[in-house]
Design a protein around this ligand. Structure first.
Ligand SMILES: [Zn+2]
Length: 300
């Protein structure tokens, strides 16, 4: 009996040690990403851009019911007067969306996932006008849809990434990094400092965030005097963002190594921006809040 206890105890200790060896590098890495965040005047400068975007719309690629609302895998599409489109995130293809949905069922108590189609299906012919692409971060639920996107688009679109999103990977981002590397996108590095403007896409601002993943990135889009701020997965819902609620120990320390001090700071900062009358902060997965924000859904 004592021998059995010793064996079980040893196995448990070994398991914990292996988990730590696996997790510690990812935690150290994400704690190295702590850039300064853009100021309000810097963000508002986007509103003065000449030839800025004429509209911003969202695409709901797949969704599932939560006890508190509806979780969606959204893609944001920015459009300029010359017809150019810039796509932020890519959702997933149908089998990946269903498979990923099961994970959300177990972790967040969501209902069954419904896929509404790939981003290329949902964009239709407009896929050919997508000149710029970016990702809020390199998790599979935001990136895998680039496979069907490329099948429809072919070469011609440029991927804009911060240095951290290009260079720093962990066990949650390597699969997406491989998908991107073998995709149709040509990569363009935009650095990691301050509020970054993107050549050819006036009125769009990009800022490195970290916190949720080493390459987590914010996008600010000025349309018609209003600033839309895409915060990716810094929080899982708008309610969690404004009530300053974290994602819990198991999520932030084991499943998705996060810099929780950083995500806490970002929640406060983003809540402050959202309180400004000319700014709205959107949370990538909060479909209910995105609908209530007044943003139009993309229609083919
Ligand atoms: Zn996500």
């Amino acid at each position: 009996m004592r021998l059995l206890l010793k064996i079980l105890g040893g196995a448990l200790l070994l398991g914990v040690l292996l988990l730590l060896v696996f997790l510690i590098p990812a935690h150290l890495q994400i704690r190295s990403v702590e850039p300064g965040v853009p100021t309000r005047p810097e963000l508002r400068e986007l509103l003065g851009a000449s030839d800025g975007p004429v509209r911003l719309r969202y695409v709901n690629t797949s969704s599932q019911r939560l006890p508190t609302g509806e979780l969606g895998h959204t893609v944001f599409v920015v459009e300029w007067a010359n017809g150019d489109l810039f796509m932020i995130d890519a959702g997933m293809d149908v089998p990946t969306a269903i498979k990923f949905g099961r994970l959300v069922e177990t972790t967040l108590g969501a209902g069954e996932a419904t896929s509404h189609g790939t981003i290329s299906d949902l964009l239709g012919e407009a896929v050919a006008r997508v000149e710029g692409v970016a990702f809020t971060h390199l998790h599979i639920d935001h990136t895998q849809g680039i496979v069907p996107f490329c099948a429809a688009r072919g070469k011609g679109a440029t991927l804009f990434q911060t240095t951290w999103q290009t260079d720093l990977q962990n066990f949650n981002t390597t699969e997406a990094e491989e998908i991107i590397e073998s995709s149709c996108l040509s990569r363009n590095g935009i650095g990691s400092e301050g509020l970054i403007s993107v050549d050819g896409f006036p009125g769009l601002g990009v800022a490195a965030l970290g916190g949720h993943s080493p390459g987590s990135t914010l996008f600010a889009i000025a349309v018609g005097g209003h600033l839309w701020i895409l915060s990716g997965d810094i929080a899982n819902s708008k309610a969690d963002l404004v009530s300053d609620t974290g994602k819990g120990f198991l999520y932030s320390y084991v499943m998705v190594p996060e810099n929780t001090g950083r995500t806490e700071m970002l929640r406060g900062w983003l809540t402050g921006l959202d309180a400004e009358s000319d700014m709205t902060v959107l949370v990538a997965h909060d479909l209910t809040d995105i609908r209530e924000s007044g943003l139009a859904e993309y229609q083919r």
